[in-house]
Design a protein. Structure first.
Ligand code: G
Ligand code: G
Ligand code: MN
Ligand code: NA
Length: 252
């Protein structure tokens, strides 16, 4: 409860920030997108998203917080696109956010107000969100996709119904969970599973993103497998907007 009150105050006092983690095209090493990641500095103490997203979800504060993240990140990415090249933006969704009133309208407004094209925005969901309130969630996401927004399944491979959902939901992208990528070059089964997911994704016509790349051998193997995109500390850490700004200027 104390955390809930603090969260409310944090929102009013604008204590939240967004970091952006670059995602690269593995064939060219070029930055093709950034993933928005929320950060909370409670005074001088950093509170990890895992600690406050649950309480924010339970209290409903996730709805105004998520709207701020969406609007702010669309605005910043639209500005980067105007001064360099056409990168995309990925935003993580929470379950409660999707079923909140006016969710689809809010996304449409964020795009319109920022000038970011719908096709440049990817919304990331995890499989569990498609189980609870599945019908409503899927219908909201389908409405968004009709606007031209792209959909990604995050943490792919960890949910229990991955394949059924790929059929049900009009997704554009899968993001391979780091627990698979971790095993590349170290564990034959995880390496085989990663290769299988990449092939499955491509056979379904999806963009395949590998997450959690930390070692050069992982990068090499993913390139060899033909995985489309990569993300991880080896490629680039999540960074403040200023960092993306200078990264894009120096890579022009
Ligand atoms: O930033 P990172 O460690 O540290 O993120 C931890 C978790 O928080 C991840 O599962 C990530 O998807 C989630 N997360 C980060 N930013 C957001 C956000 O803006 N909205 C939602 N719903 N989840 C986020
Ligand atoms: O669940 P989701 O994929 O949205 O979570 C993204 C989170 O993963 C972010 O919080 C980010 O800080 C973290 N992350 C990104 N790259 C790496 C990495 O290479 N290693 C680890 N351990 N975490 C990473
Ligand atoms: Mn994500
Ligand atoms: Na993930």
């Amino acid at each position: 409860l104390e955390l809930a009150a603090d969260l409310q105050r944090a929102l009013i006092e604008q204590q939240f920030a967004i970091e952006y983690q670059p995602v690269v095209d593995l064939a060219t090493s070029r930055v093709t997108a950034v993933e928005a990641l929320v950060r909370w500095w409670r005074g001088s103490v950093f509170v990890p998203p895992e600690q406050f997203l649950g309480p924010a979800e339970d209290t409903g504060l996730i709805v105004p917080l998520s709207e701020w993240i969406l609007r702010e990140s669309c605005r910043e990415v639209a500005a980067w696109r105007a001064s360099s090249w056409d990168i995309g933006l990925s935003v993580n969704l929470s379950a409660r956010q999707i079923t909140a009133p006016r969710f689809v309208e809010t996304v449409a407004e964020a795009l319109e107000d920022s000038g970011l094209p719908a096709s440049a925005l990817t919304l990331e969901v995890i499989e569990e969100m498609l189980v609870e309130d599945a019908e409503e969630t899927i219908s909201r996401l389908s409405e968004l996709r009709a606007l031209g927004v792209r959909l990604a399944i995050d943490d792919f491979g960890t949910g229990y119904a991955s394949l059924a959902f790929l059929r049900q939901l009009p997704v554009d992208m899968i993001k391979i969970d780091p627990s698979f990528v971790e095993g590349l070059g170290r564990d034959d089964t995880l390496t085989l599973l990663t290769r299988t997911i990449v092939r499955l994704g491509h056979d379904l016509g999806l963009i395949v993103v590998a997450e959690g790349i930390e070692r050069p051998e992982q990068l090499e193997q993913l390139r060899e497998m033909g995985c489309t995109r990569g993300q991880g500390f080896l490629v680039a850490r999540p960074m403040a907007a200023k960092g993306v700004d200078s990264l894009m200027r120096t890579s022009l």
